[in-house]
Structures are given as C-alpha cells and as structure tokens.
Design a protein around this ligand. Structure first.
Ligand SMILES: Cc1ncc(COP(=O)(O)O)c(C=O)c1O
Ligand code: FES
Length: 402
C-alpha cells in the first residue's frame, strides 16, 4: 500500500541531513556543553552554531534565542513568564479564540490565578478585527499574544500591524510562530514582536526541541528553575543533538524557502481545485488567500471528518480533522466553532497539510480516491438523506460550540 503523508502541520519527518548531523552527538560527542573539560568544549561550539542558525532564520541576535523542549514550553514560558514579571504593572492579557491549546490553556490557567484574559473573536474566514484588538487594550494590559499562522486553517494573521499596535500602546507582543517558521519568511524586527516561539518538529528537526526569541531587554521570569543554562532563562541540560538538528533544519529551510513555498503551494492548489471541481457541497475553511502555502482545510457537508479519515487511512493517506491535540475527541475544533462554521460542516472539517516530500502523483492519487469515499459516506449519512440542517437540540455529539 502507498503511504501518503499529508499531515505536516501535526509533525514532519526528520530530514535525513538533519539526522546525519545529529548522530555524532549521540556517539563520540556526548559531552555536556556546560562542562569546562574537553568533552564539554567539543559540543558547546555546536550549540552556539545552532543558535546562530536559528537566529539568522528569524533575523535576531543569537543571544536573543533560548532553547526549549517544544513549542508548548515556549508558549508557556512567554505567557506565564511575562504575567509573573509584569504582575505589578497590570493583569490583563489579550489573545484570540483560535490559538493553539498551548496558548489557550495557559491563559485559562492564568485566569485562575487572577489575570483577566480577552479572547478576541474571529470572522467567518477566521480573521481578526484589529480595531477590536486596539479597543481591548487598557492601562492594565501587559501582553498581546496572537499566533502568526493557525495550525488548522493555515490562516496568517497581520503580525506586523499587530506589532505596530502593541508598540503604540507599549504592550509586550508574543506570537506563536510554531506553524510559520520554516514555511514562510519570518523577520522579528519587521514584525515588531518581543517574543516568538518555534518548534523543531514542524520544520524537519526532531521532536523535543524548540526555541523562544526574547527581544533584548525583555524582562521575563523563568519557567524552569535549576542550573544556570541559557543565562538563567531556562534550566536543564542541553538537548545537544536536538539543538544541532534544529539549527541545521533552520538553515536548510531558509535556503530553500522561496522555492519550496511556491512548489508546495502549487500542490496544495492542485488538490484544492481538484476537490472543488469533483465534489459538491463542500466549504473551504479559513481565508482563501491569507494562509500558509501548505495548508488546505475543507468541510465535506453531511459526513464525519473522523470516518473520512478512517477511510483515508485504509488507503494509506494520513490527513487530520481538527488539530492533532484535539482529534480523538468527538467535539468539533474550537477553531471551527470560533469561525461559526455550522455544526454539519464543523464535524466534517478535514485538514491536508503538505510538506516538502509530497509529489504531484500523490495529490492525484488523493483526488482519485476522495470523491467515491465522500459519495459513499454521504449515502450512508442520515443527515445527507434528510437534507435539513441539524438543530442544536438535536445535536448528539457537540456539547457546546455556540
Ligand atoms: C500553532 C501551534 N502552537 C504550538 C504547538 C505546540 O508545539 P509542540 O508540539 O512543539 O509542543 C503546535 C503544535 O501542533 C502548534 O501547531
Ligand atoms: S448544534 Fe449547536 S450545540 Fe449542537
């Protein structure tokens, strides 16, 4: 059976060159970079080289990069570290209703600690109203946290404009760029961000490593206390091999980005157009143009995203419904809920996220097998046969989305 992987927003394969570069650090170069002897010295240079590679990709100074274990840790550090450090100044945080759980659940945690959080709504395309954002700022606001790209729809948020607003009101600005870095150009100077988070496993580096950019002079509390690594900003023995892998993946992504973004967008558009011309009653979720080059999120009315994925899986195709963190539950995604996608469509939202290894043949294979699967599932669907929208009262599956 063919294996076609179209779930690159969940995770990516480690690039072969990246794995090769990492291996020596599991073998002969096993030292702890914090040690002053030969074994430590042999690897501390590799960590610093990786720091430069990451910094170059996002246009900051190497000293402004702190290595962490994953995107979730970076988001926790950015938000909790700011909330604690600026508690005297104010207790209000602004974010959006479509953030990843790493941000949303951190904000909910802080609400329990006495912080006030504004969750900005989005329109039906999943976009923000910046006037609403500006109006939400008060004298108490200490942080604005808006993701650069949404993991489910691929929507790109106007980070430069939000950064300018944050500057105007002297509010700190954090962006979760886990889905963005490595896919499209990211420049922290142009974007006016103070804190930015990225994650290795989304760009061809391994799982278990990420980084946070902390603009020079940004006062933050640490999340993990212990040794003096990362100039007291993040304790814990370095994941040397992971960090080396992240550094190389960033360098490769930077070198290839222009070419690969165009190629991947071409494949994504071929998939989108093929689906749209072959299957009726579908809806594109997210903004049609302001989105990542690799992401396509479509709802196939009347069918369950989960059953579609199961049928895909049997044909060797890996895609996803909702985000990797929330799929497995039958609740529709909070992102679809925030976009007011109706219940029949929310349940059938399916995400294809392409990557550098996908080919035109793979797209064509998906286009060949998809229409008959959708047709068969619709024929089996009681909703399709009755041709009427489901009311909230009748909804057995969704607890509360609107
Ligand atoms: C937008 C976004 N933020 C944060 C994360 C969490 O990153 P990690 O898996 O490295 O913890 C993800 C992962 O899916 C994501 O898509
Ligand atoms: S349709 Fe709204 S809760 Fe079921």
């Amino acid at each position: 059976m063919k294996h076609i992987y179209m779930d690159n927003n969940a995770t990516t394969a480690v690039r072969p060159e990246v794995l090769e570069a990492m291996l020596p650090f599991y073998r002969e170069q096993f030292g702890n970079p914090s040690s002053v002897h030969w074994a430590g010295r042999a690897v501390s240079g590799a960590v610093e080289k990786a720091r430069e590679q990451v910094a170059t990709l996002i246009n900051c100074a190497p000293a402004e990069i702190v290595f962490v274990s994953c995107g979730s840790e970076g988001d926790n550090m950015a938000i909790k570290g700011t909330a604690e450090a600026l508690r005297e100044k104010g207790n209000h945080i602004i974010t959006t209703s479509v953030e990843h759980p790493a941000v949303l659940n951190t904000c909910e945690y802080l609400e329990k600690q006495g912080f006030r959080v504004t969750y900005l709504p989005v329109d039906k395309d999943g976009m923000l109203d910046l006037k609403e954002l500006e109006a939400a700022i008060t004298a108490e606001t200490i942080l604005i946290s808006v993701m650069w790209a949404n993991n489910e729809t691929g929507n790109l948020y106007p980070i430069e404009e939000i950064g300018a607003i944050a500057r105007k009101y002297k509010v700190r600005f954090h962006t979760d760029a886990v889905q963005t870095v490595g896919k499209i150009p990211v420049d922290v100077q142009k974007a006016n961000v103070d804190l930015l988070v990225l994650s290795g496993h989304k760009l061809g580096a391994p799982k278990g490593v990420g980084a946070i950019y902390i603009r020079r002079g940004t006062r933050m509390n640490a999340l993990i206390h212990g040794g003096h690594q990362e100039r007291n900003r993040r304790a814990g023995t370095y994941n040397v091999a992971g960090i080396v892998g992240l550094g190389l993946a960033c360098e490769l992504a930077g070198a290839e980005m222009a070419e690969s973004a165009v190629r991947i967008a071409g494949l994504r558009d071929r998939l989108q157009e093929g689906i749209m011309s072959a299957i009726p009653e579908i809806k594109l979720n997210g903004h049609p143009t302001r989105r990542l080059p690799n992401t396509l999120n479509i709802s196939f009315a009347y069918i369950e995203g989960e059953s579609l994925l199961l049928n895909f899986d049997m044909k060797g195709i890996a895609a996803s419904s909702g985000s990797a963190c929330t799929s497995g539950s039958l609740e529709p995604s909070h992102v679809m809920g925030a976009m007011c996608v109706d219940v029949v469509l929310a349940h059938s939202s399916t995400r294809f996220s392409l990557g550098r290894d996908n080919t035109e043949e793979e797209v064509d294979y998906v286009l060949e097998i998809l229409p008959p699967i959708v047709q068969r599932l619709r024929e089996m669907s009681p909703l399709y046969n009755r041709k009427e929208p489901l009311s909230c009262e009748e909804c057995q599956v969704i607890r509360k989305v609107h």
